[in-house]
Write a protein that binds this ligand. Structure first.
Ligand code: C5P
Length: 240
């Protein structure tokens, strides 16, 4: 597979065209950003860690019957994915109160929620990714009601699989964000990444934070936290 010109550069990844029209080449960067890009740093090794963790999780989900855009890991920092058109909605699933939910509703961080919460955010940097509901999605024409139902159901299924998988590795899945894309047939496919950048992951016994909150809240060494997650998932250094 040949990497051609860059199509897009995001906060954490670069996307390149490939010689095959149906795929794109994703290169994970070493940059960390938080608070809609207000806080920034370069963290050596982060690109490799997120690429390896995300590849491993997408492979595990595929084995559980949940396909995604992921095709294969190409190198330490790169993966090949199916080309999709990203739906501008971030789907957040929450099992335990933390982050903006705890702040918005005055909940105590760490409180187990009586039921799983699914939220939708409008993926729009200029607006700071605001929380939206079905009616907002309809008037902005971001997705059809059927697509929304499908995104919600898939997100809950991903939550079930990921929660038990992480639990078996001594990690609590507090919350996470998913993105979807549509392929050339209009089918919804899980896209973007699933990594400690997009999930809150706490040690099951100590509640030690092993995710991007380490960077957001200056709690210590981010790469070391992500390395712990990779190790627990049985990740082996990439040899390709
Ligand atoms: O900040 P908040 O509590 O709303 O985040 C919920 C979950 O979604 C967290 O796991 C966070 O890492 C993830 N998230 C993300 N990208 C965003 C917003 C939130 O990955 N733009």
């Amino acid at each position: 597979m040949e990497k051609l010109e860059m199509l897009y550069e995001g906060k954490a990844k670069r996307i390149y065209r490939t010689s095959d029209e149906s795929t794109v080449w994703i290169s994970y960067k070493d940059s960390a950003t938080a608070f809609n890009g207000e806080k920034k740093a370069v963290i050596e090794g982060k690109g490799r860690l997120n690429n390896e963790i995300s590849s491993l999780l997408f492979e595990m989900l595929a084995a559980e019957g949940i396909p995604s855009h992921f095709v294969t890991r190409l190198s330490e920092t790169d993966q090949l994915v199916k080309k999709v058109s990203i739906v501008p909605i971030e789907v957040v699933v929450r099992n335990i109160a933390a982050g903006t939910l705890a702040k918005r509703l005055g909940l105590t961080e760490g409180e187990i929620l009586p039921q799983t919460i699914v939220e939708f955010y409008y993926k729009n940097d200029e607006l700071g990714d605001p929380l939206i509901n079905d009616d907002h999605i309809a008037i902005l024409n971001l997705a059809t009601p059927d697509q929304l139902t499908e995104m919600r159901e898939k997100a809950l299924r991903v939550n079930d699989v990921l929660t038990s998988y992480f639990a078996s590795k001594n990690v609590k899945l507090v919350d996470f964000k998913l993105e979807y894309g549509t392929d050339e047939k209009g089918q919804l496919l899980l896209a973007d990444e699933i990594s400690p950048d997009t999930c809150r992951l706490w040690d099951s016994e100590t509640n030690e934070k092993l995710d991007k909150d380490v960077f957001r809240r200056d709690l210590g060494n981010l790469a070391a936290a992500y390395e712990k997650i990779l190790e627990r998932l049985g990740g082996v250094p990439c040899t390709k």
